[in-house]
Design a protein around this ligand. Sequence first.
Ligand SMILES: Cc1cc2nc3c(=O)[nH]c(=O)nc-3n(C[C@H](O)[C@H](O)[C@H](O)COP(=O)(O)OP(=O)(O)OC[C@H]3O[C@@H](n4cnc5c(N)ncnc54)[C@H](O)[C@@H]3O)c2cc1C
Ligand SMILES: *[C@@H]1O[C@H](CO)[C@@H](O)[C@H](O)[C@H]1NC(C)=O
Ligand SMILES: *[C@@H]1O[C@H](CO)[C@@H](O)[C@H](O)[C@H]1NC(C)=O
Ligand SMILES: *[C@@H]1O[C@H](CO)[C@@H](O)[C@H](O)[C@H]1NC(C)=O
Ligand SMILES: *[C@@H]1O[C@H](CO)[C@@H](O)[C@H](O)[C@H]1NC(C)=O
Ligand SMILES: *[C@@H]1O[C@H](CO)[C@@H](O)[C@H](O)[C@H]1NC(C)=O
Length: 629
Amino acid sequence: MPSIRGHLLGALLLLSPLSSAAPTRKAPKYATLVNRQWSNATYDFIIAGGGIAGLTLADRLTEDPNVSVLVIEAGPFDWGQEGILVPGIFQPWWFFWPNLVSTPEPGLNNRQVGAITGQVVGGGSAINAMVYVRGDTEDYDAWGALQEDSTLSWNDMLPYFLKSETFTEPDAQFAQDANITWNPLVRGSFGPVQYTYPQHSYPGGEVWYNAANAVGLPHIEDPLAGHKAGVFPMPSVLDAATGTRSYAKVNHYDRVSAARPNYHILPSNMVSKVIFREDCKTVRGVEYVPTAGGNATVALASREVILAAGGFNTPKVLQLSGIGPKPLLDKFGIKVISNLPGVGQNLQDQPTLTVPLTFTNNLEPNSNSLNTDPAYAAEQYALYQSDKKGAFTVISSLGTNIAGVSLKQATPDFLDIVAAARAANPADSLPADVDPTVLAGYEAQREIIISQFENENVSVGNLHWGTSDNALVYHLRPLSRGSVNIVSTDPLVNPEINFRTATDPIDQAVYTALFRKNRELFATPEMQALGPAEASPFAEAQTDAEIDALLRDNINPTNAHQCCTAAMMPKSLGGVVDAKQQVYGVSGLRVADISFWPFQTGGSPLGTIYAAAERLADIIKAEYGISSL
Ligand SMILES: Cc1cc2nc3c(=O)[nH]c(=O)nc-3n(C[C@H](O)[C@H](O)[C@H](O)COP(=O)(O)OP(=O)(O)OC[C@H]3O[C@@H](n4cnc5c(N)ncnc54)[C@H](O)[C@@H]3O)c2cc1C
Ligand SMILES: *[C@@H]1O[C@H](CO)[C@@H](O)[C@H](O)[C@H]1NC(C)=O
Ligand SMILES: *[C@@H]1O[C@H](CO)[C@@H](O)[C@H](O)[C@H]1NC(C)=O
Ligand SMILES: *[C@@H]1O[C@H](CO)[C@@H](O)[C@H](O)[C@H]1NC(C)=O
Ligand SMILES: *[C@@H]1O[C@H](CO)[C@@H](O)[C@H](O)[C@H]1NC(C)=O
Ligand SMILES: *[C@@H]1O[C@H](CO)[C@@H](O)[C@H](O)[C@H]1NC(C)=O
């Protein structure tokens, strides 16, 4: 891997000439990887977090050779291991953020669950399941409508989706056989993120596809066109040329780093807080510490600091910097720079349910065959090496089809759920001591989401069958809201994460409908031919009350899609950033990562994060007259 050798060389070059200390220093030239000896270095922009949003922005801002950018990333560089690069091997735990656990979850019988997020250059994109599905048109339109002044909409986002990506068409015969269809007008051709479809399908996938059709989930022509209430093969951020993962380290750093002496990454260090000038308002830079522990150092930003640390850590850095709910900051003796009650609130994920299955007559090969059949695995690995095809192009344990389900498709009683949601008091869904502005923002979101429940084209859930021993039921649009709050002023201590999954009773009603829809799909003659049965205790749960209890025992609150903890909304609605993603009450500070979303979309997050960062890069470039390539 030439890129890795490049990193080592950069690091070695830096060790020699740097002993003299000066009050402010220019960034070192001709090195893309910096180390801590460059304390007090001055950059135009400092980005906290080298994940999807952070590296996309760093790439775009450094297109202007006169603009210097430092990305400080808590995790290390990966070393090109197959568990990251090869989908069929998929070992994400290499770079899970350590010791991240939720509080006992009040809606889930006080279960504590692992909270998952990446800690590595590339962030979640280095370890995610590579599924690329955009949100619904209604999501982006509603995000824009929530703002006081914004052009944000699906039509505004689409050019940025296209700019961010390059779609490689699958082999035509394979596409036809696998029911892969797309609309070229919504597929990008020149952008850094590579995507295509795995060149593989299991026989069970076809059975499931037809069963989905049979229960009213039609074929979706293009899941990236803004609606996907129906069944479709999943696009994957797979580089068709190499057969490997296309992730932010590769597509927004390796791709350009050799030509960008102005683009620096400092890995294995955590931004502990943003620091301000004497006016306690204008950003001066950041303080950071080694992730492994050690003394704090300062880096200075002449223009802006951009937070891109992800849905858990961006609110943590804000709170440690004195930007957050005053009562929380007071509790830890942190000087209040900007009292923003919304920081760390509004936490949402997309909960998942794994339904364990047995089969009397399942088809082979299936998604478990790579584990159980060494001869098959060897043959598939050889095919992968020679042709970039076969089972190793699919993320381990997943299948290749998924279904989006609108509430109407899930249950004929959907209008009863809508009516119950409208009749409920939104305040009952949030903690009793909620700030009134945060409650007002929640009320606004809730109205939008309930209207999405009524819309036959908008998915509220996903169903998936990997083709072996479980089915997955995803809840995409929860009404429950959680929180992320610091528990210490020590930057190395994780915040308290309370998902509060299933605390809103409407979420249980929606999830029950999705769970029953999954059962309906497995009850079709197509699936019954395989002899499926839910394993205990799932099979025994039949009444709504029994299913409610089963869900509370088994829902996983997270699909690692944690978002919305520094939401873009007016301040009067508990917002943290304005329509240009600038943090209220200070100057020179923005939020670029998934934290800025007001609420979850009907898609998987990665595409929206790349595109939103492209859009933000253009906003920032226009403001400072920064040129593009
Ligand atoms: C296992 C897994 C599977 C997933 N599967 C999918 C999928 O199939 N499809 C999909 O669309 N999405 C998926 N996701 C979600 C998706 O990857 C994330 O939503 C996305 O990466 C978030 O992007 P981001 O830029 O907001 O933050 P991230 O990509 O999470 O980047 C944040 C970065 O900031 C760093 N950081 C945190 N705190 C600090 C600090 N104080 N200082 C410096 N650096 C810091 C972190 O180490 C991290 O690298 C998955 C995620 C995971 C973890
Ligand atoms: C960095 O700046 C601080 C004052 O802001 C100073 O005390 C310190 O010595 C400087 N460090 C280096 C390495 O220049
Ligand atoms: C580059 O930046 C310097 C100061 O940092 C400025 O004087 C010069 O005009 C800039 N050049 C361009 C092309 O923007
Ligand atoms: C593709 O769709 C057709 C008709 O909708 C169906 O008969 C066929 O089985 C499907 N094939 C796969 C691989 O899903
Ligand atoms: C941290 O700073 C203290 C006090 O300045 C110093 O004694 C110590 O050696 C430093 N530790 C490291 C790891 O640099
Ligand atoms: C759903 O989509 C269909 C087909 O595009 C359209 O006719 C219908 O009006 C849409 N329904 C809603 C509620 O937008």
